[in-house]
Design a protein around this ligand. Structure first.
Ligand code: GTP
Ligand code: MG
Length: 337
């Protein structure tokens, strides 16, 4: 029954499209927000530079990957030469420095999976997490940003999907659902798979950018401005894509056997990655390969309870896109436990 479904059956598709575009537009951060983020980064650079002149700060995550909606916090990576076992000391020292400069709610979380210092800047009102030497995140941030430049529908789709995930409570890795990073990879993969394709596979092309970080080689085609209007042969609208995205995750994805892989621009098998059984806490119930750390499954946080929650939400979304008279509102309705 599933393959017969088509959103074109909806007579209100144009109106639906306009509604999704309006939601997308309303989520784009204002220029002044970007300026405030820069202002905070400059302050942090000044403070860090006094103590560690050779250290560098990089923005990563949604404030730098073009998938940040308005009023986001910022993620900063401090690149500094320090032995792994001395990272906590650096974080504590950093917290000290920031505290004495009137930054608020400064907290060093040295035992977190990714140890960070948290703070809030009372001048700009922006909150910020600073981690140390997480350079792979800086590089995957660039990859996402480069993909976003190729076709605006990626940013539109990812904004809607992230907004949906936050509203429905399925963007909480500590509760076994997926990170924003995982959702953006799902969107990129999905657009690579459309026919005609809306996005290319940058890691399968000529390598114009290559770095080795933590022994991982990260290389891909990053001259995306040279790709012209890559997706122009595919005329699907954002409403069609949102519908097809949820339809794919609700009814078409083979959860038992498949891994989605942005790196290869295709589906690969769990068997080829030896992700067929639970090892430790990695259950591989939904498999999303990290584009660079290829042994890393971004679905590893999903457990046997949360996979049900996720799949039910995908099905709910797909049903709404098909039948609901006012899909935008219903789709993004907050989940109340
Ligand atoms: P929001 O804050 O929800 O808007 O999204 P975000 O893009 O900041 O995403 P998130 O907080 O999930 O992650 C921040 C960044 O950390 C991502 O953009 C990635 O660069 C990186 N990141 C997150 N999770 C992982 C992971 O499991 N592996 C790696 N290598 N990087 C990750
Ligand atoms: Mg973030």
């Amino acid at each position: 029954r599933n393959f017969k479904r088509q959103i074109e059956c909806r007579s209100d598709i144009d109106r639906l499209n306009a509604s999704f575009l309006a939601i997308y537009e309303s989520l784009i951060p204002a220029e002044e927000e970007k300026a405030k983020q820069k202002q905070l980064l400059t302050l942090l650079e000044k403070l860090v530079g006094k103590e560690w002149p050779e250290a560098r700060l990089y923005l990563y995550g949604s404030c730098a990957n073009s998938f940040g909606v308005l009023k986001s916090d910022i993620d900063v990576c401090l690149a500094i030469e320090v032995a792994d076992n001395k990272k906590s000391e650096v974080l504590l020292k950093l917290a000290d420095i920031l505290q004495s400069d009137n930054l608020q709610n400064v907290q060093a979380l040295t035992r977190a999976r990714v140890p960070i210092v948290k703070l809030m800047d009372p001048v700009t009102g922006i909150s910020c997490d600073i981690c140390i030497n997480n350079l792979l995140a800086v590089v995957n941030t660039k990859l996402l940003r480069d993909y976003a430049q190729i076709d605006v529908r990626l940013r539109q789709l990812a904004f809607i999907v992230k907004h949906w995930a936050k509203s429905r409570g399925v963007n909480e890795t500590y509760q076994g659902t997926l990170s924003s990073y995982a959702y953006v990879l799902m969107c990129i993969h999905f657009l690579q798979q459309r026919r005609p394709a809306i996005l290319p596979c940058l890691q399968g092309m000529e390598r114009t950018y290559a770095v080795t970080v933590d022994n991982v080689e990260c290389a891909y085609f990053d001259r995306v401005e040279k790709l012209g209007d890559f997706g122009c042969h595919n005329r699907e609208s954002i409403a069609q894509l949102v519908w097809a995205f949820f339809n794919y995750w609700a009814y078409c994805h083979d959860y038992a056997n498949d891994v989605i892989s942005v790196r290869t621009g295709s589906i690969i098998s769990k068997r080829s990655k030896d992700w067929t059984r639970r090892i430790g806490n990695d259950r591989h119930l939904i498999c999303i390969e990290d584009p660079f750390e290829i042994r890393h499954d971004l679905g590893r946080v999903v457990d046997k309870y949360s996979i049900k929650v996720l799949r039910e939400e995908f099905e709910r979304a797909a049903e709404i896109m098909q039948y609901d008279p006012n899909p935008c509102a219903t789709l993004l309705e907050p989940y109340i436990p």
